[in-house]
Design a protein around this ligand. Structure first.
Ligand code: ADP
Ligand code: MG
Length: 471
C-alpha cells in the first residue's frame, strides 16, 4: 500500500533542496554577473558566451519596405512578412504562418544526400517558398529588387557579421551534427537557392536580439530582452567600450547588442537536486544549459515527472506498481503541469484528469492530488525565482539595478517573449514579484517587463530593413 510518510518526506526534502531565499538568489545573480563579465573579456573564458551580435543600431521607426523573416528555434518555425511604412508609418501590413518541424528533421543529418526536403534547411526553404507564393497585392517590392530576409535562429552562433555566423552547438532537442561549425545563413541561402526561392539573407539574429529590436521599435525604453519559452536566454545593450574582446571598430552609436546565452550558466549556488542531475544526464547535451534546464518550458514538466516517479517507486504513490507511462521522459509537458498548477477547483479535478489522460492513472485521492499540485508549485517557483535573479544580473550589467543618481526618471523596459512567460500565469507573477523583491519597491517603479508577442520575427525583419543591401 501507499506509504504516506515517505511521500511527504520526498516532497519536503525536494522543497527544501529547491529553496531560493533572497540571499541565495543574490549569490546566483553575482555569480552570473561575474560570468557575464568574463564572457565579455574573452571568447573562451567561461560558460556564458556573451556573443557579439553585430547589431549596433536598434530600429528607429524609419524602416521602410517589404521584408521577410523566418524564426527557427523551437518545435515550430514561423515565417513572416511585413510592409514597413517608413518614418512614423509603423507596420502597414503583416502576415505570418507557423509550421511544425517534423521530429526526425530536428535530429537528422542535414544534407547527406541531394534529394530535396530530407534536411531541416531544405524543409524550411520549401515551406518559405509556399509562403512567398501567397504574397498579396498589399505587399510591394520596388522593381528590380530581390526580397530580403531576417533569419531568427535561436541557437548559439558565433557571428562574423550581421549576416553570417557559425553554429556553436544545438540545444532544446535539436542535434544535427554536421551543421555545427557551419555558417547557418549560408546554409539557408544555399537551400533557398536550391528550392528556387529568390531571397537574400540580410540579417542573422538570435531570437533575443530580434525581440530586443522588435521591442525597441514599439518602445524607446527597451534595453534588454528575455526569452522564456522552450529554452531561456537574454540579450541587452552593452557599451561597446565595455567589451574587451571586441577588437573591431567602435560603432558610432557606441553600443553593441550582446546575446548572453545565459542558458548555459552554472554555479554551485544553483539549487540543483538529484532530479535535475538525472534529467541532465539523460539529455543529449549533458553538462550544458544547466540554468536553462531548471527554468524553461522544455524541462519543468519533466522535473515534476521525475519526482512523481520517485514517489511511485519509494512510496507506492500510485499503488503497488509504477505506472508505465510515468517512466516515459517528457510525457508530462510543461503546459500540462501549468494546467494542474492553475487548477483552482476544490477537488483539484484538473490534476485528476491530467493524471488519467496523460499517465493513464485511475482516480487518485484528493490528498494525493494536493501533493502533485504542490510539486508543480515548487518546480515553477524555483524556476521563476531563478529567472528573476538572471534579470537582476542583466539590470546590473546595464547599471539599472539602483536608482539613478540624478533626479531624472529613467525608465527601463525589458521585452519578454516565450510561451512559458505568456501562458504560465503563476510563473510570470512569481517572476515579477521576485524581481520587485530583489530590486526594492523604489527601483521597481522605474522598471517594467513588457510582453513582446512574436517580437523576434518582427525584430528580425526590422534588422533586415536597417541593414538592407539597397540602402
Ligand atoms: P520557442 O521557445 O520554441 O520559440 P514558444 O515561445 O512558443 O516557443 O514557447 C513554447 C514553450 O512554451 C513550450 O515548449 C512550452 O514549454 C511553453 N508553454 C506553452 N504553453 C504553455 C502553457 N500553457 N503553460 C506553460 N508553458 C507553456
Ligand atoms: Mg521563439
Amino acid at each position: 500500500g501507499a506509504n504516506w510518510r515517505r511521500t511527504i518526506e520526498i516532497l519536503r526534502e525536494f522543497e527544501e533542496k529547491c529553496g531560493t531565499p533572497v540571499e541565495k538568489l543574490k549569490q546566483v545573480t553575482d555569480a552570473l554577473v561575474k560570468e557575464m563579465n568574463a564572457g565579455l573579456a574573452s571568447d573562451s573564458a567561461g560558460r556564458v558566451k556573451m556573443l557579439v551580435s553585430y547589431v549596433d543600431n536598434l530600429p528607429t521607426g524609419d524602416e521602410e519596405g517589404l521584408f521577410y523573416a523566418l524564426d527557427l528555434g523551437g518545435t515550430n518555425f514561423r515565417v513572416l512578412r511585413v510592409q514597413l511604412g517608413g518614418k512614423g508609418g509603423g507596420i502597414k501590413h503583416q502576415e505570418f504562418a507557423e509550421v511544425p518541424i517534423p521530429m526526425e528533421l530536428m535530429i537528422g543529418t542535414s544534407d547527406v544526400c541531394d534529394s530535396v526536403s530530407v534536411d531541416l534547411f531544405g524543409y524550411i526553404a520549401s515551406e518559405l517558398a509556399k509562403f512567398v507564393a501567397q504574397e498579396g497585392q498589399e505587399f510591394s517590392l520596388p522593381s528590380g529588387r530581390e526580397r530580403e530576409l531576417g533569419f531568427t535562429f535561436s541557437f548559439p552562433v558565433m557571428q562574423t557579421s550581421i549576416d553570417s555566423g557559425t553554429l556553436i552547438t544545438w540545444a532544446k532537442g535539436f542535434s544535427i551534427d554536421d551543421t555545427v561549425g557551419k555558417d547557418v545563413a549560408d546554409e539557408l541561402a544555399k537551400s533557398l537557392k536550391k528550392h528556387g526561392v529568390d531571397m537574400h539573407v540580410t540579417a542573422l539574429v538570435n531570437d533575443t536580439v530580434g525581440t530586443l529590436a522588435g521591442g525597441r521599435f514599439s518602445n524607446k525604453d527597451v534595453v534588454a530582452a528575455v526569452i522564456l519559452g522552450t529554452g531561456t536566454n537574454a540579450a541587452y545593450v552593452e557599451r561597446a567600450e565595455a567589451i574587451p574582446k571586441w577588437h573591431g571598430p567602435l560603432p558610432k552609436s557606441g553600443e553593441m547588442v550582446i546575446n548572453t546565452e545565459w542558458g548555459n550558466f552554472k554555479t554551485s549556488y544553483l539549487p540543483l537536486t538529484e532530479f535535475d542531475k538525472a534529467l541532465d544526464c539523460d539529455s543529449p547535451n549533458s553538462g550544458e544549459q544547466i540554468y536553462e534546464k531548471m527554468i524553461s518550458g522544455m524541462y519543468l514538466g519533466d522535473i515534476v515527472r521525475r519526482v512523481l516517479c520517485r514517489m511511485a517507486e519509494e512510496a507506492s504513490f500510485f499503488g503497488d506498481t509504477i505506472p508505465p507511462k510515468l517512466q516515459i521522459p517528457f510525457i508530462l509537458r510543461t503546459p500540462d503541469m501549468s494546467a494542474m498548477h492553475h487548477d483552482s477547483s476544490p477537488d483539484l479535478s484538473i490534476v485528476g484528469s491530467k493524471m488519467e489522460e496523460i499517465l493513464e492513472i485511475p482516480t487518485i485521492s484528493l490528498k494525493k492530488r494536493k501533493v502533485i499540485h504542490e510539486l508543480c508549485r515548487i518546480v515553477a517557483t524555483r524556476g521563476a525565482r531563478l529567472a528573476a535573479a538572471g534579470i537582476l544580473g542583466i539590470l546590473k550589467m546595464l547599471g539599472r539595478d539602483t536608482l539613478p543618481s540624478n533626479k531624472e526618471k529613467q525608465r527601463t523596459v525589458v521585452a519578454m517573449d516565450g510561451g512559458l512567460y505568456e501562458h504560465y500565469t503563476e510563473f510570470r507573477e512569481c517572476l515579477e514579484e521576485t524581481l520587485k523583491e530583489l530590486v526594492g519597491e523604489q527601483v521597481w517603479e522605474n522598471i517594467s517587463i513588457e510582453h513582446a508577442n512574436d517580437g523576434s520575427g518582427i525584430g528580425a525583419s526590422l534588422l533586415a530593413a536597417s541593414h538592407s543591401r539597397y540602402i
